[in-house]
Write a protein that binds this ligand. Sequence first.
Ligand SMILES: Nc1ncnc2c1ncn2[C@@H]1O[C@H](COP(=O)(O)OP(=O)(O)OP(=O)(O)O)[C@@H](O)[C@H]1O
Ligand SMILES: [Mg+2]
Length: 482
Amino acid sequence: MSIKTRFLLSYVGVIIIAITLLLASVFLFSFAITGDVKAIEHFYKKSYVQKPLTTVEENAFLDLKLLAKNNPLQLLDIEQLQKINAPSIETVVRKDHQIVYASQKDHEKLLLKSLPGFEATNINSRDTIMINQAFYTYVKFDFYFPDKSEGSIFVLREVSSHAELTRELLPILLGILFLLFMMIIGLLNYLVSRSIINPITALREGAERIKSGDLDFEITSRSNDEIGQLNRSFEEMRVKLKESVKLQLQYEENRKELLSNISHDLKTPMTSIIGYVEGIKDGVANTEEKMDKYLTTIYTKAKDMDLLIDELFLFSKLDLKKIPFQMESVNLRQYMHDYVEDASFDFIARDIHIQYISAGSALFAMADRDKLRRVLSNLLSNSEKYMDKPYKQVIISLHEQVDDALIQVTDNGMGIDPTALPYIFDRFYRAEPSRNSQTGGSGLGLAIAKQIVLEMGGDIWAKSELTKGTSIFISLKKAEER
Ligand SMILES: Nc1ncnc2c1ncn2[C@@H]1O[C@H](COP(=O)(O)OP(=O)(O)OP(=O)(O)O)[C@@H](O)[C@H]1O
Ligand SMILES: [Mg+2]
């Protein structure tokens, strides 16, 4: 059975129970007051239909009835009739379609219209009629005059129009009440459908779609009740699922790309090594000078490959989180000072002006000393590689922030195109169009730097202006002094 049907049945049930209880309590109430089990029935029937008249009126009716049975012609004798009747009793005698006698003269015409017709069987002898906006209850007896004409006698009594109206309108009222109940049931059903059934249907459809692999839809809900919360949780689940599927696809794509990049980057130097070795074998390198050149090239290419394999190895180990990190609280001011001092000998030899700007007290941050060294050397190698100015400058500075220590490495090199900037930390990404440009490199330097910094709980990002220079920022969580 569907929830909708269950709700519908429960409404109907509740309403039926309510009506039953109402009727039962009315019954019990009237029973308690009157002590009569059939009090209600009597109220409705007896007082109006079966006993419409007072005893005096009943007696007058019986007299007239006796007369009608034994000596109907006497009923045409008006004086006789006036004698029988007390003036308070309203009596009517009808012969065929004529009022022969009416104790209240002014009613005569109206009576003809309102009184019920002749009925030889005398089954429906008591009822209520309306004469001139007033309700009358009556008793009637139908008989035949000796000349076979149809005769009727009536004794009428005016009744309270309120009570009569109630009695007449009761079935209509009950009908309206029933209709009202039906409307209430309809309304409740609509409201429940809207607030419960529809969201549940949406959930079911959503689950069906997810089952069939479709995640591109949205379940909206405005209500704040349990169903609304359920729908929102479902929607969150769908979004998460969609993200994870997307991530999965992206991983798959990355894996393929990685494989193809590795193959390409290893293939290129390998091809030239093979070429030069073949040249030597074929005797092309016939002079010592040529031989030396060939061997140097082979050596450089093999070195490149070795470096690339090392980088790849490191990158993949970082990626798999297989490299242990020795995190410690490092005084960055001292550490950076030492690093720059170490590196500056090399840089001076290559005509690069490296400068360290740092002021202030000791600044401690959580880091792995060796790994941080690797990051800095990758950044400095880039600054050197992508340098196009005659005065080559690299400035390293340290800034203290609320929660972090910030290392900034700025060069005055060629800068990075804004369209390339978001991708420079991606593995194998190189901003120049040709991967085999003069600078060389595999595009793993910044990817490795990023892996390391993230693993140390920090962040790394770049700012750059084409032709002017590049700044790389590394933020590390500040730490307590050791
Ligand atoms: N200081 C910089 N100035 C200009 N461009 C830079 C700088 N640093 C990085 N880039 C750009 O970002 C790209 C990615 O740098 P990344 O260090 O990851 O790779 P790579 O230097 O090309 O190769 P690898 O470092 O593996 O030898 C570089 O190819 C270069 O285009
Ligand atoms: Mg690099």
